[in-house]
Design a protein around this ligand. Structure first.
Ligand code: UD1
Length: 338
């Protein structure tokens, strides 16, 4: 069995990807420092797949620990690097924390991965690199715009670092995946999104409001230049997203890539407004949601949804689940959390 290292493998997208990797016949080694996850996620993974991933509670900021890990694992067949901090607001207040967490760790991972014989690298990037795109849907050739936050900047810099490393090392292969807005959970409801504290993202906040944990959802602005005045995003089911990682990894392992650094958008191609997401929640949960319109949130882009052509043509991957499917799965997960 090919051994794949998944950093941040107990996180939201990471845990769903571990499940899909195991279901596809890979042996998974998780590295996670539990900074934004809990060890119980491991039980969720095992109860879905019946396979126990190897787990290392390692902090990737400790360069010597990363080196020690790779010294003991020279048979690794690929790396999927999720581990990173992702709260936009926090990154504005704590920029150095974000550069250390997201950039130092990436450098250490690359220093070691490039020493392995044939271990390709998959990087978690974000549609945030496009900023407020001039044309919709957003294709991979859409210009990268100055980042609106240190968090967004770490994704841009991360992509540049990987691109430079690929130029310098033609035997090294990498793919950056630019996620749109991942939501939902595994159909078993044994793993899902576990926000620590007050959720910053829309769907976890909706779920907690629906469950009575939060009083009311604040909708950040309804005077944008969109159909109903609220912002538009491309919400993609996390299981669809997880499957795309397995496909991208296999592409590199099988040497099917055309250049040694490739970039793909991962979205559904469908834009949904905040109010449409709320309506979807109301449909699938059969209850109304308490929300109010408040001021715009600083730094929000008006609309972002993916041009999915490249992923479809090259990876032969398209998202299968609808917004309602994803919201239904998120609600099922939320209900069993109680
Ligand atoms: C945000 C980041 C993005 C990051 C992602 C992961 C910004 C501008 N973008 O995405 O870079 O990759 O998180 O964490 O911050 N909304 C409400 N009320 C809420 C929460 C959200 O109305 O309580 C609205 C937002 O204004 C937005 C939409 O819901 O229109 C989605 O917001 P969110 O889930 O935070 O995702 P992004 O902002 O798209």
């Amino acid at each position: 069995m090919k051994k794949i290292v998944v950093t941040g493998g107990l996180g939201f997208i990471g845990s769903h990807t571990v499940v899909e990797l195991q279901n596809s016949g890979f042996e998974v080694i998780i590295i996670d420092n539990l900074s934004n996850s809990t060890i119980s996620v491991l039980d969720g993974i095992v109860s879905i797949t019946g396979q126990i991933p190897t787990f290392y509670n390692t902090d990737l900021k400790q360069k010597a620990d990363v080196e020690a890990f790779f010294k003991g694992h020279n048979d690794i067949a690929g790396v999927i690097h999720f581990a990173a901090s992702k709260a936009v607001g926090e990154s504005v207040n704590e920029p150095l924390l974000y550069y250390e967490n997201n950039i130092n760790t990436l450098v250490y991972m690359l220093q070691n991965t490039t020493q392995l014989a044939h271990a390709p690298f998959i990087f978690s990037s974000s549609c945030t690199v496009y900023g407020e795109a001039k044309a919709l849907p957003i294709s991979e050739t859409s210009p990268i715009q100055p980042a609106l936050s240190p968090y967004g900047n770490t994704k841009q810099i991360g992509e540049e670092i990987i691109s430079d490393v690929c130029k310098a090392n033609t035997n090294f292969n990498a793919i950056a995946l630019r996620y749109f807005n991942p939501i939902g959970s595994h159909e078993s409801a044994k793993i899902g999104e576990l926000p620590l504290g007050v959720p910053q993202n829309l769907v976890p906040f909706i779920m907690q409001t629906g469950a009575g944990i939060r009083e009311q959802l604040s909708v950040f602005g309804d005077t944008y230049a969109t159909q109903d005045g609220t912002c538009i995003r491309d919400y993609i089911h996390v299981v669809d997203l997880a499957k795309a990682h397995v496909i991208a990894l296999k592409r590199l392992i099988d040497g099917e890539n055309t250049t040694n650094y490739e970039v793909f958008n991962l979205g559904t191609g469908q834009g949904s407004s905040v109010l449409e997401v709320i309506k979807s929640f109301e449909r699938v949960s059969n209850q109304s949601l308490n929300y109010k319109i408040v001021d715009k949130r600083e730094g929000d882009v008006v609309a972002a949804y993916a041009n999915t052509t490249k992923a479809k043509d090259v990876l032969k991957w398209t998202a299968q689940s609808s917004l309602d499917d994803a919201m239904r799965s998120a609600w099922k997960w939320q209900q069993q959390l109680k």
